[in-house]
Design a protein around this ligand. Structure first.
Ligand code: BGC
Length: 397
């Protein structure tokens, strides 16, 4: 139980806000590899289509986040828009994302920019994707081209969102998140992604010494059950630890925690009977955040950690608040124990396209799919109040 009844003040400079990604919010990413997959390549219940139309409505999103009290916003830029054909860079797309950086700062929101969030340009995929011999070089060239977006006014940059998921999906796994566990990442792709990350970090350092480069790993929060200790270590290493180890020496590492994975001697197990489940089938398990932070810290050593995603897919906003309260208490405990945690970005800022469906609503802010009108939920106001007070709530109350 948390000792500190008054709550935990945010450390100086602590990032507190919400996250989105480009493909899930922008709409009409027709040049992304995901678009042909959605239109005939794979049987997905729903297309991304207009998504939340944030490509046009980002000022409204940012207005709301700032009004709610948040100080930080993590959003993605889409490689497929910036480099629509190999080596051809769109000045208009770069200017668009530059306006987003400026617009964010004008509203008092510090932007964290993600360069790659589970999608690549169509042409990149058609030429072999991450398996192409010059994949790393092409990614590095794209990163270098983002200088007009990142050169001023940006501090935190995430090179690759969830490289462990990228490597697992590219290994032929399902295109939507499975309810339990992560498929085994392809070791060759893991190595390529680590190389791509390193190359991107070098490009970012060349763009500006102000930039803080890192990547965000999908925390598996593995728990050994029924004598599954050896199986758990073997399960976790290729799915999480190699990616965290690759972050040693970075400016920060992102932790993304939603639920846990119980592992028995034969592999991952379904949630315990009777467990509360989120809309996407993940177990309601808010302690995942604290556990993920401790595991990441143990593996990365003294690299600062930022929570770049944490949240729950539910239509019951009270459960979102309950989940987030408990997750934040795990964060407060980890801070009290001296972990170097630099921020908390809830996911998602908006209800978004969820990789083949829009049913699992993770948003603090609801989006009407026909009018695109945004409506902050009570959880958004609750979390915004915490942002304004700059104190993490104590738990239990
Ligand atoms: C990803 C998000 C995704 C969420 C829920 C995270 O792993 O970064 O893009 O929507 O999980 O599936």
């Amino acid at each position: 139980m948390l000792a500190c009844a008054q709550g935990t003040p945010f450390p100086a400079g602590f990032l507190f806000g919400a996250s989105t990604s480009a493909h899930q919010t922008e709409g009409n990413n027709t040049n992304s590899d995901r678009w042909p997959l959605e239109h005939g390549g794979a049987l997905l219940p729903e297309l991304s289509g207009d998504a939340a139309d944030s490509y046009h409505r980002w000022p409204v999103d940012m207005d709301l986040l700032a009004e709610l009290g948040f100080t930080d916003y993590r959003f993605g830029i889409e490689w497929a828009r910036i480099e629509p054909a190999p080596g051809r860079f769109s000045r208009a797309a770069l200017a668009h994302y530059r306006r987003m950086v400026d617009g964010s700062r004008e509203r008092g929101l510090r932007p964290m920019v993600t360069l790659h969030h589970l999608t690549v340009p169509r042409w990149f995929a058609e030429r072999g994707g991450w398996r192409a011999p010059d994949a790393v070089e092409r990614f590095a060239r794209y990163v270098a081209a983002t200088a007009p977006v990142l050169g001023e006014g940006v501090e935190y940059v995430c090179t690759v969102n969830e490289p462990n998921v990228v490597a697992a999906f590219a290994a032929g796994a399902a295109v939507t998140s499975p309810p339990v566990g992560l498929p085994l990442p392809d070791p060759e792709l893991t190595a390529v992604l680590i190389e791509a990350h390193r190359a991107a970090v070098a490009e970012l350092r060349a763009i500006s010494p102000q930039l803080k480069a890192g990547w965000s790993v999908a925390s598996q929060v593995c728990q050994a059950v029924r004598g599954g200790a050896a199986a758990t270590a073997a399960y976790r290493r290729p799915r999480e630890d190699v990616f965290l180890e690759a972050a040693r020496g970075d400016d920060w590492v992102g932790v993304q925690a939603y639920t846990r994975t119980r592992v028995g001697p034969d592999g991952p197990l379904p949630p315990p009977a009777g467990a509360e489940l989120a809309l996407n089938g993940w177990e309601f398990y808010p302690s995942a955040l604290g556990e993920a932070l401790r595991h990441a810290a143990a593996v990365v050593g003294n690299v600062p950690i930022v929570v770049t995603e944490n949240g729950i897919a539910t239509t019951d906003d009270e459960r979102r608040i309950a989940y987030t309260q408990q997750a934040l208490s795990g964060l407060a405990e980890a801070l009290a124990d001296g972990l170097d945690i630099r921020g908390y970005l809830h996911r998602s800022a908006l209800d978004t396209h969820e990789w083949g469906t829009s049913r699992p609503t993770f948003g603090l802010i609801a989006v009407d799919p026909r009018t695109f009108l945004r409506a902050p939920k009570p959880s958004a106001r609750w979390l915004g109040r915490i942002a304004r007070r700059r104190t993490l709530p104590a738990w239990p109350f």
